[in-house]
Design a protein around this ligand. Structure first.
Ligand code: NCD
Ligand code: ZN
Length: 365
């Protein structure tokens, strides 16, 4: 099967087959776990690789209140047995979904609750399950002001939803029309620019103060927009924000491997059943949890920057979210693994990233 990813020149410092490296255990700072039977099938991949994950609240209906987040958290924990050491060591970090109705009382409750790590802003209509997202961004200002005062982070799906804007330009337009101004207006608000996909986003984060950080997915580091159409339409490479140009991809790679504290690991692993991806109006989302850390290792190795992987995967996120790093370690082995064609997903199946292809690294289990 032809590679759908851009051919990368082999740089120096490629590791020998069989060599190992160890990292402080990483965390995933942007994850979709879904719920119920489906959650059970994807959570097992995450806990093999990550000690903590920021859990996205875009369920249907969304997680908008402290009570809903606590119940969702309990459902996650109920799938983790206390006897299994991997399972007992995983901690879900909850977020709440902002709507036009979010009250100041809810923000106060969220900020007092140690389980809640931030508020997620989905502009209405921007992505999967965002129909209850924020319609009038300007009207959110009193809420953002309170979040600034209470030091509760804002996590943003940063895409303009104006249909007049070209779909590939939505991230840049969001920076110009909203983000720049919001960052200036709320000088103390901590903001995560989620799953950045463009060189404009990289420049914006670098030029902002350290309270503005960004997550970067493995799939945006490994693919450009050609992968959407190579050899025919590729629904399993469809995610939001969309994959962008090779120039954008290279800017993301440079940012991720740079060692800069502004950038950290967030997979945005977003499972959908095979049938909901492959139908005439397929869902956005790429599933990478089954080999996420290994994929990032591929990118860092290609760039001769494996020594910066620990910062990106295990240190920069905790530093932004003001929590300690994990103290135990995970081992990566330079040894190819084959990715199965599909995984169970509740009563259905999901097609994972790199399905029926190989990943250059493994984790030791
Ligand atoms: C995510 C999903 O499916 O929940 N999809 C995606 O393409 N990334 C939503 C999101 O993070 O935009
Ligand atoms: Zn997401």
């Amino acid at each position: 099967m032809p590679s759908l990813e851009p051919q990368k020149p082999n740089k120096l410092m490629q590791r020998e087959e069989g060599s190992t490296m160890s990292l402080l255990f990483p965390d995933d700072w942007h994850l979709h776990l879904r719920d119920g039977e489906q959650m059970k099938d994807v959570l097992k991949h995450t806990i093999q690789r990550f000690r903590r994950a920021i859990i996205m609240p875009n369920l249907n209906p969304p997680i908008c209140t402290e009570e809903q987040a606590e119940n969702y958290r309990k459902r996650i924990l109920s799938l983790l047995s206390s006897e299994d050491s991997l399972e007992s060591q995983f901690t879900p970090l909850m977020t709440l979904y902002l709507t036009d109705q979010t009250s100041k009382e809810e923000i106060k409750r969220a900020s007092r609750n140690d389980m809640i790590f931030g508020m997620k802003l989905y502009p209405m209509g921007s992505t999967t399950n965002s129909s209850e997202g924020v319609r009038h961004l300007a009207q959110l200002n009193p809420i953002l002001s309170l979040m600034e005062e209470l030091d509760l982070p804002l996590l943003i799906h940063a895409e303009e939803t104006d249909p007049a804007i070209d779909i590939f330009d939505r991230e840049g337009a969001f920076i110009d029309r909203y983000l720049q101004e919001t960052v200036e207006r709320f000088q103390g608000l901590r903001i995560v620019f989620e799953h950045i996909s463009t060189s404009e986003a990289v420049d914006f984060v670098i030029s902002s103060s350290e309270r503005v950080a960004a997550t970067i997915t493995a799939h945006h580091l490994l693919m450009n927009r050609n992968s959407l159409f190579e050899g025919g339409i590729q629904p399993h490479n469809y995610c939001l924000p969309l994959l962008k140009t090779e120039r954008d991809r290279l800017a993301l790679v440079q940012a991720a491997v740079s060692g800069k504290a502004d950038f950290f690991l967030g997979t945005d692993s977003a499972p959908h059943s095979q049938s909901s991806k492959e139908r005439s109006c397929g869902c956005a989302g790429i599933y990478t949890s089954h080999c996420a850390l290994e994929l990032y290792a591929e990118v860092f190795e290609q760039e001769g920057a494996l020594e910066n992987l620990e910062g990106f995967a295990s240190r920069n996120g905790p530093s932004f979210y003001q929590v300690p790093c994990n103290t135990d370690r995970i081992e990566l082995i330079k040894k190819e693994q084959s990715i199965p064609s599909s995984f169970p997903y509740g009563s259905s199946r999901l097609i994972p990233f790199r399905s029926q292809r190989k990943v250059a690294w493994q984790i030791s289990k």
